[in-house]
Design a binder for this molecule. Structure first.
Ligand code: C2O
Ligand code: CU
Ligand code: CU
Length: 477
């Protein structure tokens, strides 16, 4: 099925020509396909396929949803029902995971144990709770063993849950841009070039950094007021260290949830799977800012990679600062004030259980896999962590390895309590927490609403594929 058939089939698809159907302008490129829920329902057809398309101005053969990279934006609201007809036109199994949505991990909802074989069609169907937080989530494949390959091939797409911060007057007045960050390694024929197995140990990375499938796109703003950047790191392994030349980033949301008040940052580190929303204040004069990706040191492993001449592959300490997008303010206007308050959030109550998760490198006795949690690699038949529905737990996650491991839990978001014993502020909801080499992080989570099995894992997807994942089962009492 080609793209045009898709647009014809789906009543809610909005292409370049269909913008008038929709109250809001697309926060991404206007040519990108986008599905917006109507009267509480979003119906869409999605096809995972290998296709020849244009990436950063050059022809490339990528894996995509509906022949575009990143895939179609899904724009929904709390309480909405989604019905996605998903066809697998790839040559290997795949599936859909809805990263950041609080929905059942079972049945035909966010069930990562369900695999869609090549050539088959499956329906994903679920309803968001009416009190679901509003923010940025995303979807990507989750078949253990091929997740890194498929995401690095291009399979990733954003989900915007509307509401929440969108309703604050200062933020309503701000211009909105959604930036999906992906990196690619292409050979001369425009095909994905997987790194050698040695480099895959550090997670596959590519030299070509794209924002919404473009190289250094320009975001032009009609006024010099506030700009709201909604950032998603959809890369398989790359950790971004983002900064704006000479300007602060005012953090207003982490992963899928708003903060209580803006926090001014000089730089923002975004590990794979993480999202962040920032406000940028325009100047009195017309101006242009570069959004830079700065060198980031992932630990001693990167140093070794650099010594082996693998700087590009590693994206390590030897990499150069690089502009990944440009922001232009055209008109002369009065700078707009930042909001003082955002949305209140409450700390979770004290936990009834503490658990320990040790992240380390080694060799699993059964599978030989090298990335381990509590000394073991992922086993699909084993429940590693049975928990009681409704309970609050503290998870002590101890990184015994010499490189960062961003830890992700499905279904339930959490609060980060401490890093190396030091309390973490401000209070924020997260679903991925970056854990630095040799760091110990405590997260607090309440297992709410949904019973069933799902997973937690390192979001450097090669690590997940090579063992660093466990199964949690939420049991109703
Ligand atoms: Cu973004 Cu288990 O994944
Ligand atoms: Cu997830
Ligand atoms: Cu890892």
């Amino acid at each position: 099925m080609n793209r045009r058939q898709f647009l014809a089939l789906s009543t809610t698809a909005i292409g370049a020509a269909g913008l008038s159907q929709c109250a809001r302008r697309s926060p991404m490129a206007s040519t990108a396909q986008r599905f917006v829920s109507q009267a509480g329902v979003l119906t869409a057809d999605l096809v995972a396929q290998s296709s020849r398309l244009s990436l950063a101005g050059q022809p490339a053969t990528l894996l995509s949803y509906n022949a575009q990279v990143p895939g179609p934006l899904l724009e929904i609201a709390p309480g909405d029902t989604l019905q996605l007809r998903f066809h697998n036109a790839l040559s290997q199994p795949t599936n859909l995971h809805f990263h950041g949505l609080h929905i059942p991990p079972t049945g035909n909802a966010d069930n990562v144990f369900r695999h869609v074989p090549p050539g088959e069609t499956a329906t994903y169907e679920f309803t968001l709770p009416i009190d679901h937080p509003a923010g940025l989530a995303w979807y990507h494949p989750h078949v253990h063993g091929v997740v890194a390959e498929q995401v690095f091939g291009g399979l990733a797409a954003p989900i915007l849950v509307r509401g929440g911060l969108d309703e604050l007057p200062e933020i309503k007045a701000a211009a909105e841009a959604l930036l999906v960050l992906q990196d690619f390694a292409l050979n001369r024929r425009g095909q994905i070039q997987p790194p050698s197995p040695m480099f895959q140990r550090w997670g596959r990375q590519g030299e070509l950094i794209t924002v919404n499938g473009q190289s250094q796109p320009r975001f032009r703003l009609p006024t010099g007021g506030l700009l709201r950047l909604r950032l998603l790191n959809a890369s398989a392994s790359r950790i971004y260290r983002l900064a704006l030349n000479q300007h602060l980033l005012h953090l207003i949301a982490t992963d899928g949830s708003p903060l209580a008040a803006p926090v001014a940052l000089e730089e923002l580190i975004l590990a794979p799977g993480e999202r962040a929303e920032v406000l940028i204040q325009g100047d009195r004069q017309p101006s242009e800012y570069a959004l830079m990706n700065l060198p980031y040191d992932r630990g001693i492993m990167d140093m070794m990679g650099g010594m082996m001449g693998g700087d590009g592959m590693m994206g390590g300490r030897l990499a150069q600062p690089q502009a990944i997008a440009h922001i232009e303010y055209g008109d002369r206007v009065e700078p707009q004030p930042l909001p003082q308050q955002l949305l209140a959030l409450d700390p979770l109550p004290q936990p009834s259980i503490k658990r320990e998760f040790v992240l380390d490198h080694g060799i699993d006795h059964h599978t030989g896999a090298p990335f381990l949690i509590n000394g073991r690699a992922f086993a699909p038949e084993r429940v590693d962590t049975p928990v009681q529905l409704g309970s609050v737990e503290d998870w002590h996650i101890i990184n015994r390895a010499g490189m960062d491991h961003p830890f992700h839990l499905h279904t339930n978001r959490f609060q980060v309590i401490s890093r190396n014993g030091q309390p973490v502020t401000p209070l924020a909801w997260k679903d991925v927490v970056a854990i630095k080499a040799y760091e110990e992080v405590v997260i607090r989570v309440r297992f709410a609403d949904y019973a069933g099995k799902t997973v937690y894992h390192c979001h450097i997807l090669d690590h997940e594929d090579q063992g660093m994942m466990g199964i949690i089962e939420m049991q109703s009492v």
